[in-house]
Ligand binder design. Structure first.
Ligand code: SF4
Length: 301
């Protein structure tokens, strides 16, 4: 692997401008069906909270585009949740995604945990996302306030030993394993995000390492895994692409990774279709993946 380790400065220097988001409104919110751990198809309300950007500078991340440069004031995250829930139909589960780590105190003020937990009380399950190194005391203090099941989604990204450090995520596999074990010991569920074809890999390697990452995540105690086709759009990935170090995964690779994951029968597996749902020749193949997300069964192509 010839590319040097990307640094925070290298990633930051390549960014396009961020989008304008308001501190008192989530930047997106929706309800969509998802199969639950017990096999039921449930409605999940997902709120994309506006807050201060993540302190990490992962080379493939574009989530910072919908974040703020400064911390929100105490009370603004509960206000975002209250406002969005009033717009949405009832749902069984609640995902509070914040384009970073829910337990980064500069993103979500800990003083708001109790108010957030009260707003989440009607939901059977609450899912937040967090970098494995920020799974600690604050995480379990929040869990103690919840009425329902707690789930933490963490980016495993890839278990490739040379690529993971090059993602500039500031995380080792031991960090992920430790966080997953701590969460499981506390009775929380774990969801893992896995990249299909991160940078620095060919399409075939990207598929192979997505499979190994699924194996690793389930062995570490993940209850479900979400496959993310790696995308460009943050500046750094465009530069890596220009240097020949990145191309998005083929639909063949995404399909094969998903079919492998479902075939493990180790837990639920989803594929993120938000950025590959382009109409045209592939529309029928993408629609099949969407049905498989819901059924958790491999459909004949
Ligand atoms: S930890 Fe997550 S949110 Fe933060 S930069 Fe990395 S991928 Fe983006």
């Amino acid at each position: 692997m010839t590319h040097p380790l990307p640094t925070d400065d290298w990633v930051l220097a390549r960014r396009p401008p961020r989008n304008a988001v308001a501190a008192d409104r989530p930047y997106a919110f929706l309800v969509e069906p998802e199969p639950a751990a017990d096999g039921r198809l449930v409605d999940v309300a997902t709120l994309f909270l506006s807050n201060r950007e993540c302190p990490f500078r992962c080379v493939m991340c574009d989530l910072w585009k919908n974040t703020l440069a400064e911390s929100v004031a105490p009370g603004q995250i509960p206000e975002q949740i209250r406002w969005a829930l009033a717009q949405l139909p009832a749902a069984h589960h609640l995902k509070l995604y914040n384009a970073g780590s829910f337990f980064d105190p500069r993103a979500v003020p800990p003083a708001d945990y109790a108010a957030i937990a009260r707003l989440a009380a009607p939901f059977e399950r609450v899912v937040v996302e967090c970098h494995p190194r920020l799974v600690g005391r604050r995480c379990f203090e929040f869990q103690a306030l919840l009425a329902g099941q707690f789930e933490v989604a963490m980016g495993l990204e890839t278990v490739h030993p040379d690529v993971l450090p090059r993602l500039n995520k500031g995380m080792t596999l031991a960090d992920f394993t430790r966080a997953a074990a701590d969460l499981r010991a506390a009775g929380a569920a774990v969801r893992a995000f896995i990249l299909v074809r991160p940078p620095f890999l060919t399409d075939a390697e990207g598929l192979e390492w997505a499979k190994r990452s699924l194996d690793f995540a389930f062995a570490a105690g993940a209850e479900c895994c979400s496959l993310i086709p790696t995308r460009a759009g943050n500046g750094a990935m465009e530069e890596l692409a220009a240097q020949g170090h990145f191309a998005p995964p083929s639909l063949d690779a995404v399909e094969a990774a998903f079919e492998y994951g479902l075939g493990l029968r180790a837990g639920r597996v989803f594929v993120d279709l938000w950025d590959i749902g382009t109409p045209g020749a592939d529309a029928a193949r993408v629609a099949r993946l969407g049905r498989m997300n819901l059924s958790q069964k491999v459909e004949a192509p």
